[in-house]
Design a protein around this ligand. Structure first.
Ligand code: SF4
Length: 87
């Protein structure tokens, strides 16, 4: 994993270009923007990943594209026809 650029450790936490950065959250797992510093993982695009996800999916995320669940793919009409046939 690529290192977090310009990162320094301070009393306030890890600082990048004057911003205190927070570690990534579980929803970030798999994102290409994750960088490593001091044994922790941070986002290269956003200082506070938890806030980035607070309002829904992170718009910088390179993973977790809008997912279509298996349930959403089932056409309800066809499903009911299949059920009717089985009778
Ligand atoms: S871009 Fe979004 S999903 Fe990716 S690491 Fe940063 S906050 Fe997390």
């Amino acid at each position: 994993m690529a290192p977090l650029e310009n990162a320094t450790k301070t009393a306030e936490g890890v600082v990048v270009n004057g911003f205190v950065v927070s570690p990534i959250i579980d929803k970030c797992e798999g994102c290409d923007r994750i960088r490593e510093f001091d044994g922790q993982q941070f986002c290269s695009s956003y200082p506070q990943p938890d806030r980035k996800w607070a309002g829904g999916r992170c718009n910088f995320a390179t993973h977790a594209k809008v997912q279509t669940t298996a349930a959403a793919k089932v056409n309800p009409l066809k499903a009911s026809k299949r059920a009717a046939k089985g009778r």
